[in-house]
Design a protein around this ligand. Structure first.
Ligand code: ATP
Length: 307
C-alpha cells in the first residue's frame, strides 16, 4: 500500500498539557481522508504539524515516504493547504494574490490561475480587491490558493465552514474531481459530517487528542450500522414497553414521534404486536443505515443508547 502520509506515535504538549497523544495515522495515495472531531480535539494542531507550522513534541511524520523536518521544502512544494482563516493581501485582487502565491511556490503556469479560480467559481470576481470579498468568497479563494500549484497532497481545515448549501455542494464536487481526475490526495477536517460523508474514502475520528478510530467508509458501511426507525403516536409509552416488556434497551427517542431501535437481535413482529396491542399507532417503520454523524456520536460520546 502506498501512503502519502504516515505518523508514528505523534504527540504535542502545550504548556505541560498533552493535546495530541500517540497519533498513528495513515493516508493512502489518492484518497479523500476526513478528519473528524469535536472542538478542541486537536485537528488544527495535527494539520499544522503536517505543514511544519508546528513542531511535534514526540513522534515522527512521514510525507511522501520522507521524514518531515524543518527543512522539508521539497515536500512542502508538493503540498497545498488551507489552515484556519485564510489570510490574503486585502488590497490586491484574487488573481494577484494567486500570482504572488505561485511565484512564492516557484510555479509558473499562469493558466492554472484561471483554472483554479474557475474551479471554485470565482472567475467573475478575479479583479475585485479581496477586502470586498465575503467570508465564503475568501474561503473559496483559500481553496483556489491551495490547489493552484497542482499539489499532490492537499490539507484543508474546515474548508466548507462558511459556505451556503449550494457552495458546499459545489466544493464537494471540486474535491471529488481533484481526487478522481488528478489523483490528488486530500485531508479534510470538518464538523459538517452529513455534507462531507458522501465523498470520503476513509475517516479518522479524533477525541481529546487521540485518534480513536480510523476506518474506511466501505468498512464503516458494512459494519452493523442498521437500525429500525419507527414513527409512533406515543414514543414515551413505546420506550416503556421496549424496556419493560421486551428487554430492548438500545433505542433512542429522536423526536416526539420518532424512535430508533439499534439492537441487532430483536423480533420486529413482536415489537409491532406489542406496540399495537397497547394502543400505540405505527405510522411508519423503516430499516435505515446509521449516518456518519450518528457513528461519530457513538464513538466520541460513548454511545447513542438511550441518549
Ligand atoms: N498555541 C497554543 N497554545 C496552547 N494551547 C493550544 C495552542 N493551540 C491549540 N491549543 C490547544 O490544543 C487543543 C487542540 O486545539 P486545536 O485547535 O488543534 O483543536 P481543533 O480540533 O482544531 O478544534 P476546533 O474544531 O475548535 O478548531 C485545545 O485544547 C487548544 O486549546
Amino acid at each position: 500500500m502506498s501512503y502519502v502520509l504516515k505518523t508514528n506515535q505523534l504527540s504535542k504538549v502545550f504548556k505541560g498539557k498533552e493535546v495530541l497523544s500517540d497519533v498513528n495515522m495513515k493516508i493512502k495515495k489518492g484518497e479523500i481522508y476526513g478528519l473528524l472531531g469535536p472542538n478542541g480535539a486537536g485537528k488544527t494542531t495535527l494539520m499544522k504539524m503536517f505543514i511544519t507550522l508546528m513542531k511535534p513534541t514526540n513522534g515522527v511524520i512521514e510525507i511522501f515516504g520522507k521524514e518531515l523536518n524543518h527543512s522539508s521544502y521539497e515536500v512542502l512544494k508538493r503540498m497545498g493547504c488551507l489552515i484556519e482563516y485564510p489570510i490574503f493581501y486585502e488590497h490586491l485582487s484574487a488573481r494577484e494574490n494567486l500570482e504572488i502565491h505561485c511565484e512564492y511556490m516557484g510555479y509558473y503556469d499562469k493558466q492554472s490561475i484561471d483554472e483554479a479560480l474557475d474551479l471554485v467559481n470565482l472567475s467573475n470576481l478575479t479583479d475585485k480587491p479581496v477586502k470586498e470579498f465575503s467570508l465564503g468568497m475568501k474561503q473559496r479563494l483559500g481553496i483556489a490558493r491551495a490547489v493552484v500549484a497542482k499539489p499532490e497532497f492537499i490539507i484543508l481545515d474546515e474548508p466548507i465552514n462558511s459556505l451556503d448549501p449550494k457552495g458546499i455542494k459545489e466544493l464537494r464536487d471540486v474535491f471529488k474531481r481533484l481526487s478522481e481526475e488528478n489523483g490528488t490526495t486530500l485531508l479534510i477536517s470538518s464538523h459538517i459530517l452529513g455534507e462531507i460523508e458522501k465523498i470520503l474514502d476513509t475517516v479518522g475520528i479524533i477525541k481529546e487528542g487521540k485518534l480513536i478510530e480510523e476506518i474506511s467508509m466501505e468498512d464503516l458501511r458494512s459494519k452493523s450500522t442498521m437500525y429500525l426507525e419507527l414513527k409512533l403516536s406515543d414514543c414515551k409509552q413505546a420506550a416503556y414497553l421496549l424496556d419493560h416488556k421486551l428487554g430492548i434497551q438500545n433505542y433512542k427517542i429522536i423526536e416526539d414521534q420518532l424512535l430508533r431501535i439499534y439492537d441487532e437481535d430483536f423480533s420486529q413482529s413482536l415489537v409491532t404486536k406489542t406496540l399495537l396491542s397497547n394502543g400505540i399507532e405505527i405510522e411508519a417503520m423503516n430499516k435505515k443505515f446509521l449516518s456518519l454523524e450518528d457513528y461519530f456520536l457513538t464513538v466520541t460520546e460513548g454511545g447513542i443508547i438511550n441518549a
